[in-house]
Ligand binder design. Sequence first.
Ligand code: SAM
Length: 286
Amino acid sequence: MMNLTNISTVKSILEKYGFSFSKGLGQNFLINPSVCPRIAEEGNARKGFGIIEIGTGFGTLTAELAKRAEKVVAIEIDSRLIPVLKETLADFDNIKVINQDFMDTDLNKIISEEFKGLKVAVCANLPYYITSPVIMKLLESRADIESITVMVQKEAGQRLCAEVGKRESGAITVAVNYYGTASYLFNVSRGSFMPAPNVDSAVIRIDVNKKYSLEKEAEEFFFKVIKSGFSQRRKTIANSVSSQMNIKKETVYSALKEISMPENSRIEQLDMNKLILFSEILRNSK
Ligand code: SAM
């Protein structure tokens, strides 16, 4: 089995395949030997589980996942990596690599076809340019996924794990809390990657537990309120929601009154229960 965190192994792969890292695809590969086993262990890679990985790179995390889980389906956009992975992952017979943009994949199809009888978890060292779209796709698909364990930029990790109703929260914090519970697991320094990015990173896990479950129409309305509010978070919620959703300010004021919040509240001051109640009152008063 190749040691993919060994610098001379990585250099020989780069040379053999004439590979150059693509900044645009967020290609910073892990070379710190302790990080991938930790992501795999904290990310539910174990017996009874199938794992979806997003972005394989040279397969460093993929191998750690495959050692522990029943099966790994790894989705990689860069076709230059496919021949590399054939060599680096040759010792495993429980890995399927799909050469596709993750944003174009049909998650429910992958899960029903590849992971029969298994629980499913997602693990990835994410390409940072699409952190939010990837997480939103995973959550909004309502696919049967137990957990999402991902390496993200440190600030993104803090936002994902923030408490709703606190300054650090954002629209994505609300989405994460709507579908599950996020935990900040550990920091990873920039020196753990090749090439080293100019930001630090963190690994977080979202345990998907669908705590809140609104009807489809109510849910769509809720996320419209959230998007309007957070797209202009410095404005009062009455200003942002009334201008973007075409709702009278008086209607917003009376909804705020019903949830015992002042008229000049900003969206970041409302906790999860208040946000849901506020959205339902607005929806029913339209
Ligand atoms: N897992 C490897 C590791 O930890 O060393 C590589 C992680 S690297 C940060 C991100 C990987 O995601 C790269 O291999 C990149 O080519 C791939 N990638 C970027 N955009 C992607 C997309 N839209 N769909 C699938 N893979 C993507």
